[in-house]
Write a protein of this length. Structure first.
Length: 160
């Protein structure tokens, strides 16, 4: 019921963007934007308030605050993003849910690694501000993520 109403609400605005993107790409953009905003919000809260720009000491290892915030943010966006993509965006996919979840996890780990490497480069090597670096990194990861979700995680299998 909620899915039906939420999808109808999102699709209501599609005609405005239909010249530039099909319904799947549009839904991905909307749901991805919601998930991205949630992720950035959690990242900001984690970096500035939870870790207070201090390292997270784990006893045997310390995580820099921008990396610790990335992992907290990633935990939430993994769960929320999978649900949005499976039930609102790529509903035509005929791949089993557990396979989709596994593929989504693989894609997520790849994107998390890409995000991590870009943050290390921008923050630790080039001394850019952490939140601005996360914004730049997010733009790159969104493009890579869309390609992997559409053509790998939630593709439509040719065999039933």
């Amino acid at each position: 019921m909620v899915k039906k109403h939420f999808t109808a609400f999102i699709d209501f605005f599609h005609p405005i963007f239909s010249r530039w993107m099909d319904i799947i790409t549009y839904r991905y953009a909307v749901c991805g934007s919601i998930n991205t905003i949630l992720g950035l919000f959690i990242y900001y809260i984690g970096y500035h308030f939870i870790f207070n720009r201090n390292n997270l000491e784990l006893g045997f290892f310390a995580l820099k605050p921008h990396i610790a915030a990335l992992f907290i943010s990633g935990t939430f966006t993994f769960c929320f993003g999978f649900i949005l993509n499976k039930f609102l965006v790529f509903v035509e996919s005929n791949i089993k849910g557990r396979v989709q979840l596994f593929r989504y996890f693989l894609s997520f780990v790849f994107n998390l690694g890409l995000n991590y490497c870009m943050l290390k480069l921008l923050v630790d090597l080039l001394n850019f501000e952490a939140f601005i670096s996360q914004l730049v990194t997010t733009a790159v990861v969104i493009i890579v993520s869309y390609i992997t979700q559409k053509y790998f995680t939630f593709k439509i299998s040719k065999t039933p």
